[in-house]
Ligand binder design. Structure first.
Ligand code: UDX
Length: 459
């Protein structure tokens, strides 16, 4: 096993996460992994969505002022693009100042800085580090397939696939990029230019760094990873599933309601539908109503995460469910504002996962061997759903307008006895086993972690 002590010097690895839950989690898991291999850790972070330093007493934290950042979490493609560019802009000068000061201090110690691992959305900050002589690695949050899609983005625009228009034939295949269909591509008609710029910055962040780190594993995306390795000049480290490999403490920004685990303890095996749409997506009031009645009419036990701010136009702290929902589901379900998701998915009572298909949730569902009901919202989520229902065939997608009848039918397909649900559950279990094998001794991700540690040691 490669460790930081291999060269006899203590090395420090710097991290800079993008300040959203889905990006903070894998960054901390990677930090946990490298810390366990003997590296010292410093986490630079924006003040927006700042991580809880007290949960990670072994790390140093450096808060970087982000004056001028919008105060609210983004919930649309356009707002997310604005936010990402704003983090880069706002943190550039203060990060340069703080990193230079840290390097100065390190020179006086018997420790040196090996590299910066930053989110691939932080191109400006990766450039700042290299300008000060610090090598960089880019952690790309998302699948290998999604990153391939980003590298193909200019071609997809040139060929007229993007931006997706009202007149586009949504289910037409993207012949250059199977298994994507036009509707699976990340697109925004309203903010196309900005999306193109932000995604091209991601690709540049990767190609100008010394390596690309992906939270995925070879058995899940063998062809996609092979294609990336053929086309990229930098090494690719697929080191996932990070949440299984890493001893990281929780990096949840919201308090997780652990009481739901006790409730799950009392439910029959594989009986409960777990419903969660991640940290950014928001739904309309009418979709909330259809979701609620679809769940109620399914007749199955459920655990539903209603995150503050989930419903557009509703007060963030109080989401009301439709009249009659409580009575219709009494004793059969639990609603929480935030759950310990990894533990929920790993609980034997959970038999299905209704997800927005953010990459963390998708991977967590894969590793738990739970079949998925996919309802993607934006960005990479449609592509992730396509892999779940078409490539891995471990779930179903609800397309088009959300209606309670569709929801009920999808839950019944996913969790009902017999086919096609039984096949989905069987394949989900096979994927769970290959995820476990990838992080076992000599597993593909374990080997890649060793190679990553050796690279960092040599930097
Ligand atoms: C964002 C993007 O929306 C997503 O498309 C991209 O792939 C990653 O960044 P997010 O929408 O938050 O992420 O979804 P996801 O990637 O699934 O991450 C959510 C994280 O929050 C997961 O690690 C999940 O375990 C955690 N979570 C979610 C909880 O801890 N509790 C909950 O109740 C719900």
């Amino acid at each position: 096993m490669a460790t930081a002590a291999a060269g006899g010097r203590r090395r420090r690895v710097l991290f800079f996460p993008l300040p959203y839950q889905g990006h903070i989690n894998p960054m901390f898991q990677l930090a946990g992994l490298l810390h366990a291999r003997g590296f010292s850790i410093t986490v630079f972070h924006a003040r927006f969505n700042a991580p809880d330093a007290s949960a990670h007493p072994a790390y140093d934290f450096v808060s970087v002022p982000d004056d001028g950042m919008p105060a609210d979490s983004p919930d649309t493609v356009q707002a997310t693009m604005d936010h990402i560019l704003a983090v880069n802009r706002a943190c550039e000068a203060p990060f340069r100042e703080r990193l230079a000061a840290l390097l100065e201090r390190q020179r006086a110690r018997a420790e040196d800085v090996a590299c910066l691992v930053a989110d691939s959305h932080l191109l400006t900050l990766l450039g700042v580090a290299r300008g000060l002589g610090v090598p960089t690695l880019a952690l790309r949050m998302g699948s290998a397939a999604c990153f391939r899609c980003l590298t193909a983005f200019p071609m997809l625009c040139d060929k007229g696939y993007l931006p997706v228009q009202e007149s586009s034939q949504l289910d037409a295949p993207v012949v250059e990029l199977p298994p994507y269909r036009i509707c699976d591509l990340p697109s925004s008609a309203a903010a196309h230019g900005q999306l193109r710029e932000v995604l091209s910055r991601v690709v540049t962040a990767v190609t100008t760094s010394s390596g690309l780190i992906l939270d995925t594993f070879d058995a899940l995306e063998a062809d996609e990873l092979a294609a990336l390795r053929r086309n990229l000049a930098v090494p690719v480290f697929d080191v996932g599933p990070l949440h299984k490999l890493s001893p990281a403490a929780s990096s949840s920004l919201l308090r997780q309601d652990r009481g739901c685990l006790d409730w799950l303890d009392g439910q029959p095996p594989a009986s409960v539908l777990y419903v969660s749409f991640g940290s950014l997506a928001s739904v309309s009031a009418s979709d909330l109503v259809e979701t609620a009645w679809g769940i109620a009419n399914s007749g199955r036990p459920f655990l539903w995460v209603l995150r503050p701010g989930l419903v557009r136009g509703a007060p963030p702290s109080s989401i009301s469910l439709p009249d009659g929902f409580d009575a219709a589901t009494r004793g059969r379900g639990v609603v929480v504002s935030w759950a310990p998701q990894e533990e929920v998915l790993a609980h034997p009572a959970v038999g299905g996962f209704w997800t927005h298909c953010g990459w963390n949730s998708t991977l967590e569902g894969v590793c738990a061997g739970v079949p998925m009901l996919c309802r993607p919202f934006f960005g990479d989520q449609m592509g992730n759903a396509r892999y779940v229902d078409h490539v891995w065939r471990t779930g179903v997608t609800i397309d088009g307008e959300l209606q309670r009848g569709k929801v009920e039918a999808a839950i019944s397909t996913l969790m009902g006895a017999g086919e096609p649900g039984a096949g989905m559950r069987r394949r989900a279990l096979e994927l769970k086993n290959s995820a476990a094998a990838s992080i076992g001794e000599a597993g593909s991700s374990s080997v890649n972690v060793d190679m990553l540690v050796s690279l960092i040691q040599s930097m």
